[in-house]
Design a binder for this molecule. Structure first.
Ligand code: GRF
Length: 194
């Protein structure tokens, strides 16, 4: 199974996915692409021997379709079977999503359906939630809304800030995403709760 991964930043989730595939051999990372030339994950992916591409979204302004037409070039050239969004911070159009629907995953730092969108940890703290966590889901045209493939939960501790909670959730993201991808590539669509 050929897996392409889209990132925007540090790529810590991408690194875990790539290392897991390279370690277990259940799939092959064929591309890591970023919308941000400064994404540290691009250098990290290259050091792991994975092909990379950068398509800076800024020159395209609000023209999402034009940005995605450029992004599609290296993505389609890599001929991925599965597309993983990992810290990818651009909203994708329904046209783009429909090309990969059913074989496109995303990790979101909340227990969906709670807190789709941004600032998830701050929102959980402000709501006084006892628990927070992360979700891996299939990507559909509606943002942060597709079928849930896995979740991991953490306690919200007294005195938590968005940063301390994010750090606790990130540890679980790094376990959840590789575990869900291992199952997904075998055709297993059942939900994994860590
Ligand atoms: C993570 O919290 C992830 O859930 C969100 O982006 C953050 C950074 O991810 N989508 P990474 O370190 O770039 O993988």
């Amino acid at each position: 199974t050929r897996v392409a991964i889209l990132i925007s930043g540090s790529g810590s989730n991408m690194i875990r996915l790539v290392e897991d595939m390279q370690g277990l051999g259940h799939a092959t990372p064929v591309l890591v692409a970023s919308n941000d030339p400064a994404a540290a994950g691009i250098d990290r992916a290259a050091r792991l021997g994975v092909a990379t591409a950068v398509i800076d979204h800024r020159p395209f302004g609000k023209d999402r379709a034009a940005f995605e037409a450029e992004l599609l070039k290296p993505v389609l050239a890599a001929e991925p079977d599965v597309l993983c969004l990992a810290g990818f911070m651009r909203v994708l159009t329904p046209d783009f999503v429909r090309r990969f629907e059913g074989r496109m995953l995303n990790i979101h730092p909340s227990l969906l359906p709670k807190y789709p969108g941004l600032h998830t940890h701050q929102r959980a703290i402000e709501a006084g939630d006892a628990e927070a966590g992360c979700t891996v889901h299939e990507v559909t045209p509606v943002l942060d809304d597709g079928p849930i493939l896995g979740q991991a939960r953490v306690p919200v501790e007294p005195g938590d800030t968005a940063e301390t909670l994010a750090a606790r959730v990130l540890v679980q993201e790094h376990k959840l995403y590789p575990a869900v991808l291992r199952r997904f590539v075998t055709g297993n669509r059942s939900r994994l709760d860590l």
